[in-house]
Ligand binder design. Structure first.
Ligand SMILES: [Zn+2]
Length: 155
């Protein structure tokens, strides 16, 4: 999952449709809950870039990319998250995707990407059966903790 990093849906669609930019995703969900299918699920979309998860370094060939309209500094629209949960339920049912394989871009490209971002409602997704969530209080990480190694241990 990604955020578009754009302020408007029109800008996001322009970016995702421009072949010169070499960026694409299977789905884009707008703030008004409209789901746009931009790439057939059977085809490879260019959404993950240099990434790694579970020993797989070709994430674009083994995943479905979902872009959420969000500039990265705003709360996600409730209607947008509702549409995302419906899409995830559909995809999980058809592809039997394990809950902890529902990931943000930052998890598969941790030094390069931050999305789906700080405002992304991971707790809500986990309560619906997607992704991971840990309630506070969080245990303290050791002073020499390497977050990338920690992510490698997960996936
Ligand atoms: Zn991304």
């Amino acid at each position: 999952m990604h955020y578009t990093g754009e302020d408007s849906a029109a800008d996001a669609l322009r970016t995702l449709s421009d072949p010169r930019l070499e960026v694409s995703a299977h789905y884009r969900i707008s703030r008004d809950r409209t789901i746009y299918q931009l790439v057939d699920e059977r085809l490879r979309a260019w959404h993950a870039g240099v990434a790694n998860w579970g020993g797989d370094s070709d994430i674009n060939s083994s995943s479905i990319g979902i872009e959420l309209d969000n500039n990265g500094n705003e709360d996600f629209a409730e209607s947008e998250i509702g549409a995302l949960l419906a899409l995830l339920a559909d995809l999980q049912g058809r592809y039997r995707i394990p809950p902890d394989h529902v990931l943000g871009h930052g998890a598969v490209a941790p030094r390069r990407k931050l999305d789906a971002g700080r405002q992304f409602p991971w707790r809500r997704l986990a309560e619906a059966g997607f992704g991971r969530w840990c309630d506070k209080p969080y245990p303290s990480a050791p002073p020499d903790f390497d977050a990338v190694l920690g992510l490698r241990a997960l996936g």
